[in-house]
Design a binder for this molecule. Structure first.
Ligand code: GLU
Ligand code: ZN
Length: 300
């Protein structure tokens, strides 16, 4: 493959915790170990969830950990025109439709909720139903032939019939906000990203993004992915931004050094023994995708 171009894509919805830090470390090591580049993209399109200042704090936390990036950061909130253009392109392909269904109506129609929530039943696909006071969402019109085959570098083969499993998914929400799937695909394409490292919770999003990628640019270069399992909190639940104790800023304030934190993250990635203190630059030579665990776990 050509030289990897990866990205950090944090959502500025709170302080960085050990889970995001671990994924960031893996993304950085994977790019640097192969002489690649890594960009920083602030994913701030879900504006109601954005915490003012969190983007600056994320950058400070990355710096403190010893993780750098190439070029200037980008903010998704400033890329509106690109998302618009992509939507227009999909519209030109006859691949979008407006939908006024509520969440409740969709849930009621799909008794067997899958991993991705209820499958869209296709209500508005062929019969748009304008309704008073409801702004429509825009959905992708998926087809029976939209079957995506992909090999993740750690989890292996993923095959998904998007139409059957997820159905017509949202590109622009009823509240006017761009959906994650569209924004992330457009940015990865336009920024020349060819290698994604991110949390395993997004593995099942990959087929939707690959489908959009194929529709938006049939000649787009291959996209490799490496999904990294989630970090669990003390209660065995997935670590969340509200777990203050796991916030990088809290550890720093408590006097823990960056070398200790990076050592803990690296140990949990299977790269060094527990108790190691180390800087990211010293880990580059030790990086091996095969060592990344497949199961969610605690950071030692
Ligand atoms: N912004 C997303 C998150 O913080 C990550 C998106 C991605 O890596 O594709 O969960
Ligand atoms: Zn609908």
């Amino acid at each position: 493959m050509t030289s990897p171009v990866g990205r950090f894509a944090p959502s500025p919805t709170g302080r960085m915790h050990l889970g995001v830090a671990r994924t960031s470390l893996a993304a950085w090591l994977d790019a640097r170990a192969r002489g690649g580049r890594i960009l920083l993209r602030i994913e701030d399109i879900d504006t109601p969830r954005v915490v003012p200042g969190a983007d600056r704090e994320l950058q400070a936390d990355l710096h403190w950990l010893g993780l750098d990036w190439d070029g200037d950061p980008t903010w998704q909130s400033q890329r509106e025109e690109h998302y618009r253009a992509a939507l227009a392109k999909l519209e030109g392909l006859g691949r979008v439709f407006s939908c006024t269904c509520s969440r409740k109506e969709i849930a009621a129609s799909a008794p067997h909720e899958g991993e991705e929530g209820p499958r869209y039943p296709g209500t508005c696909r062929d019969h748009f139903q304008p309704r008073d006071g409801r702004t429509p969402a825009i959905r992708l019109r998926t087809e029976v032939g939209d079957v995506i085959r992909h090999v993740d570098r750690r989890y292996g083969e993923v095959v998904q019939a998007v139409h059957e499993v997820v159905g017509d998914f949202v590109l622009r929400r009823a509240d006017g906000l761009w959906a994650y799937q569209l924004a992330v695909t457009v940015d990865d394409l336009l920024q020349g990203i060819n290698s994604i490292v991110r949390g395993a919770d997004l593995l099942s999003s990959t087929p939707r993004q690959l489908l959009l990628r194929r529709l938006l640019d049939p000649a787009s270069p291959p996209l490799e992915t490496l999904h990294v399992p989630l970090v669990l909190g003390p209660s065995g639940e997935r670590l969340a931004k509200r777990d203050q104790a796991a916030a990088i800023a809290a550890l720093r304030a408590a006097g823990v050094t960056a070398e200790e934190v990076v050592g803990r993250l690296a140990a949990s990635l299977g790269l060094v023994p527990v108790g190691t203190r180390i800087r990211p630059a010293e880990l580059v030579a030790l990086w091996q995708v095969e060592r990344v665990p497949l199961e969610s776990g605690l950071v030692p």
